[in-house]
Design a protein around this ligand. Structure first.
Ligand code: BTN
Length: 246
């Protein structure tokens, strides 16, 4: 992974550009990074604040030999890799808010946006996008109470290059382990250990319907097990929902 890296000073969205490259036949592991995004996208059609200079905006093209309904596993492999990297490089304890947020001091330090193109039972490509708040000091007022950066948490600047290299390295290990063995165990172990979701009451937003439930486990397939307030226990696939602590 990372043999072919496309760097930009500014771009609308690294995910959009990676998608174009993927359609042109770019190989697995191709990376797009930018200093700034003018149209950074988050999950659920949200905007991703992407000012120049301080953060990481990266997208990677993957062509995993898995079924389309397994694509959500890529997101949690990325979450585990990012949380591990942050810990290794900075010593900070980064938590994972299943499935796709990395949390420090109860605030979001990184988000993951996984997008896929598939036909029938074959994945054409997956774009794994991640935005890491590294050295940003000031967030727009609307998100200041829910967002943080590595620098804010640590009190000193952090090398973006070191974080980026480490994330790719950690991801490469967990990703190929999963592709080669078919087992997600290594990732799930990390996600459970670093989870800030388990044992908590969470909102599950699914097709405009909000369910309130207790998050009780993560299965070996990376699904979240929840206990609804009527006692019913169900598994949630990360592609379908967004979870937030109350
Ligand atoms: C989220 O938490 O809602 C996901 C945020 C993902 C942001 C990253 S930044 C790089 C890549 N390009 C985008 O437009 N979005 C992702």
């Amino acid at each position: 992974l990372g043999n072919d890296i496309h760097c930009f000073k500014t771009i609308d969205s690294t995910n959009n550009y990676a998608k174009k490259l993927a359609l042109d036949g770019a190989l697995e592991g191709t990376i797009v990074i930018s200093e700034e995004q003018t149209g950074g996208r988050g999950r659920l059609g949200r905007h991703w604040v992407s000012p120049a200079g301080d953060n990481i905006y990266m997208s990677m093209i993957l062509r995993p030999t898995i079924y389309p309904n397994e694509a959500a596993k890529i997101t949690i492999i990325a979450a585990a890799s990012i949380a591990n990297s942050i810990n290794k490089v900075t010593g900070l304890e980064a938590g994972i808010k299943w499935p796709n947020d990395i949390i420090i001091d109860n605030k979001k330090v990184c988000g993951i946006l996984t997008e896929m193109s598939a036909e029938l039972n074959n994945i054409n490509y997956v774009i794994l996008g991640m935005g890491v708040n590294v050295n940003i000091d000031k967030f727009p007022k609307e998100i200041d109470h829910i967002a943080t950066s590595l620098k804010k948490a640590l009190g000193t600047e952090v090398s973006r290059k070191e974080i980026l290299i480490n994330i790719v390295k950690e991801f490469e290990e967990l990703y190929y382990n999963f592709i080669n063995t078919g087992s997600l165990k290594k990732t799930v172990d990390i996600c459970k250990k670093k989870s800030v979701t388990l044992g908590k009451i969470v909102n599950i937003i699914n097709k405009n319907e909000i369910m309130i439930a207790e998050a009780i486990d993560i299965t070996e397939n990376g699904e979240l097990v929840i206990r609804k307030d009527n006692g019913e226990i169900i598994n949630i696939i990360s592609g379908e929902v967004s979870v937030r602590g109350i």
